[in-house]
Each structure stands twice: as structure tokens, then as C-alpha cells.
Design a protein around this ligand. Sequence first.
Ligand SMILES: C[S@@+](CC[C@H](N)C(=O)[O-])C[C@H]1O[C@@H](n2cnc3c(N)ncnc32)[C@H](O)[C@@H]1O
Length: 389
Amino acid sequence: MSENLEKYLTSVAEAVGQSTLVKMTLSKPVQKHDDLRNVYVKPVLIKDRRLFAFTYHYERRDEVKNYDAEQMLEVLREMLPQRFLNAVLFTVNEDVTLLVSSKGKATIQTKKVQECREQNLEHDKQKNRLINPANPWWYQLGLTTREGKITADMQHKFKQICKYAEIVESLVKPMRFDGTVHIADMGAGKGYLTFALHELLTQKLHFEVDIKGVEIRPDLVLKINEIIQADGLKGLEFVESSIEAYHPAQLDVLIALHACNTATDDAIASGIKAGAQLIVCAPCCHKQIRQEMERSGLVDAITRYGIFLERQAVMITDTIRALILEYYGYKTQVMEFIEMEHTPKNVLLVGKKSDKPVDRDSILQQISQLKKQYGIKIHYLETVLKVGE
Ligand SMILES: C[S@@+](CC[C@H](N)C(=O)[O-])C[C@H]1O[C@@H](n2cnc3c(N)ncnc32)[C@H](O)[C@@H]1O
């Protein structure tokens, strides 16, 4: 081992011994084919034992391992520089960076910090998460072990669920509802996001809710309702129905996440007709408009490339959806959602009912202009709602 590397590990050992280590990061992985991207180290106090939590950030999951001081130094010795070429040690008063060149030359840079930092020994598990994986439904839905630990292959899904809860919290918190909040989650699927919604609204925001998960597959509806009953969850029920056929009498919030093709339009139409205050949808597979564009035979500099035609179809479908929401008085935002697997289904259309006057003629003109430009005869949502008639 080079002299500088040894010197660096001595600095780490001193920071550990003097309890001045705030955190450490290991980056610049040596093996490009390995999907371990970086490692984050922080001291934690678990059952009065001072340990070091190593969070291994893989491309699509995180893994946390706790080590005592001796093991921690051993692990660092194994990883530097064999696995990582860069490391930064953050102590209460300085940052010590290790840089190893591709030829193996190690250099150390030390930078004093102006403000004295403090150690935070709080264990990550104590973080006030919006979604608690220890709730029994997460095990029953297949996301966690019986002990409430998120399984390795569900880490990404759980991140998506938490991100979704964060977005919904920010949307719903400032809103005022009169009594029970009526919500329909159209195309609810396996129920992950529906349970997250229920957990967020009832356990964190303390709302009274009536959430219906609308799903066409009877096996899923049966299974999910059994879980709901087993856990005694109030205000949550799955309904076996197509989105088209489901017409709620009362609706405050309409959710439709990844409902295929025009099912998203049926859901939006249902929300608009029921006068929902909030409409949130993550559209999925924009076949209807793509086929219209292909049929028209019109090609421009963008759409002559297959992939761009696909992407343009997505943009046009969702732009017209956003315009139609605006037409019906919804202040509409297009937001980024957390990415789904490797598909581009990461857009969230959010419409909030507003009292502000709307220039409907101008909106109709914009829709008409877009349709003309891309040779689109029909946008399904426009037809269902008979927009402008
Ligand atoms: C891709 S999954 C999305 C599930 C969930 N919303 C999510 O984002 O994780 C779409 C679900 O919608 C259901 N679905 C598709 N078309 C539907 C329709 N017309 N009516 C009711 N459910 C539908 C499918 O059976 C499927 O379970």
C-alpha cells in the first residue's frame, strides 16, 4: 500500500477514535461493469453502540450494512483503491480527500472548514418517513419481509412509492376539504400507490377518506380487498370495474397512474365530470395519438424519425390533455415523476380546480392548431368530453 493511502487511513482511524467523523463518501468506482456506484458512510448509534452505517448505492437499489470501528477500517482498507479511486472524509473541522490516479498514485488534499460541524448519530430508520414499511400491508403486498424490511428487488418500487407520497402530500396539504375526502384511484393495479395514498392521508395527514381503487382485474380486486379487511383499513376499498363504467357520485381527488392509453382519458373525463378538485395522472402508452399521426402520413423534420414520432406523440397527447384540463378550469402543471423501470412513463399531469376565468376560445384554437399540424383527427379525451360542443 502506498504511503499516502496509509496516511489517509490513519486520518480516518484518528477521526473514528476522536469521534470527529461526520461522514465519508467513496466514489469513482474502478470496475465500470459493477453497478455499485458509491458508498456513503455515517456514524450511527444503535442500542448505545457506536457503529458505522455503510450505504452501498447500486444502480437500482441501496444496501445498508453496519460495522464497528475495527470492521469499518478493515472494509475501507479492502475498498481503497481496489473498488473506489476517490474518498472524502468529512470531519467536524476538515475535509480530507483521497484521489487515486488510474496509475495508482494516491494524493491527499485537506481543506479546513469554516463552521464547526456536528456529528449526527441518528439512525436512518428513525427518519420521519411518509410511508412506514413496517405497516403489515407492505408485507402482504409483497414489498417487505415479515419484519418490515424492504426486499432487495422492491427497493426501487419503494422509492417510487415514497416519491409519490411526497408529491401527493405537497399537493393535498394546502387544500381544504369539507369532511370526508372522496378519492378514486383509477387503474389501481396491485394497489401499492393506493395503499401509500391511504397511509399518507390517514396516518400522516389525519384526513377522513373514502378511497376507491378502481381495477378491472377481478383477481387483484379480491386479493386487495382481503388485505384491506385483514388490516381493518377504514375508507379504502377496491372496486371491480372498468374506468369507463365507473362514475362516482362524489369525487374530490382523481388519481390515475399508468392507466393504459385512453384509459387515462376516461379517468380524466370522469374526474372533470364529477368536478374533482384535484386530478393527478401519470399517462401511459400514448397509442391513440401515435396511430392518428401515423395514419395521417404527415411527417416533419422531427417525426420522420421513429423514436421521435413516439416521443412527439407522447408530448402532443399530454399537451392536449393539459389544455383540456385548462379548458375546464383546472390550473395544470406537468411534473416529473420518478422513473418507472426503463420506460419513459415519468410525467405527472396535475390539474387543480381554479376559479380564475379561462379563455376557452384561445384554448380551443391551440388544440385545433396542434391537431392540424400533426394530422390528428381525434383526440380521445376531446371526443369523450365533447369539448367545445
Ligand atoms: C400499469 S398498471 C398501474 C397500476 C398502478 N396504478 C401503478 O401505477 O402502480 C395499470 C392497471 O390498470 C388496469 N386497467 C387498465 N385499463 C383499465 C380500464 N380500462 N379499467 C380499469 N382498469 C384498467 C390494469 O388491469 C392494471 O392493473
